[in-house]
Design a protein around this ligand. Structure first.
Ligand code: ZN
Length: 139
């Protein structure tokens, strides 16, 4: 069995950002040499997500509006978690609903996506260095 483990690092310019990482993940699949297997991609931080959906700017803005309605960043005093001195209570909740990881099948050396599927890194407490784990296994 072949395997590859790599970390992708991000420092997004805003508190919340949505980064299409599909090409980076595809590059790692090629580097792994795996023709048939599985590719796991997960956020290594509890205030960021990895998810799969459409690379359409309106949808990304819809996600952002929806998440801000569900768990607005302000007032930060609204969150018990922020009594620890942090201000990211909202980011933990946003991460939970957008998920921790995705797993994509690798078939004939390619990510075996459905129509319009793209892999995104979603940041909810950015402006600092954070990372994503990519683990590829197969043969
Ligand atoms: Zn926190």
């Amino acid at each position: 069995m072949k395997h590859l483990r790599e970390e992708l690092w991000f420092k997004t310019p805003h508190r919340r950002d949505y980064v299409n990482i599909t090409e980076q993940v595809e590059g790692l699949v090629r580097k792994s040499g795996v023709r048939n297997g599985l590719c796991l991609v997960n956020a290594m931080h509890i205030t960021a997500s990895v998810y799969i959906n459409d690379a359409e700017q309106g949808l990304i803005e819809d996600y952002d509006d929806w998440l801000e309605k569900l768990a607005p960043h302000e007032p930060v005093s609204h969150y018990r978690h922020n009594r620890t001195g942090e201000d990211n209570g909202d980011a933990h909740l946003k991460r939970q609903i957008m998920g921790r990881e995705v797993v994509v099948a690798i078939t004939d050396g390619e990510l075996d996506f459905g129509p319009w599927e793209q892999v995104y890194y979603a940041e909810f407490d950015g402006r600092r260095k954070k990372r994503v784990l990519v683990k590829i296994i197969g043969e």
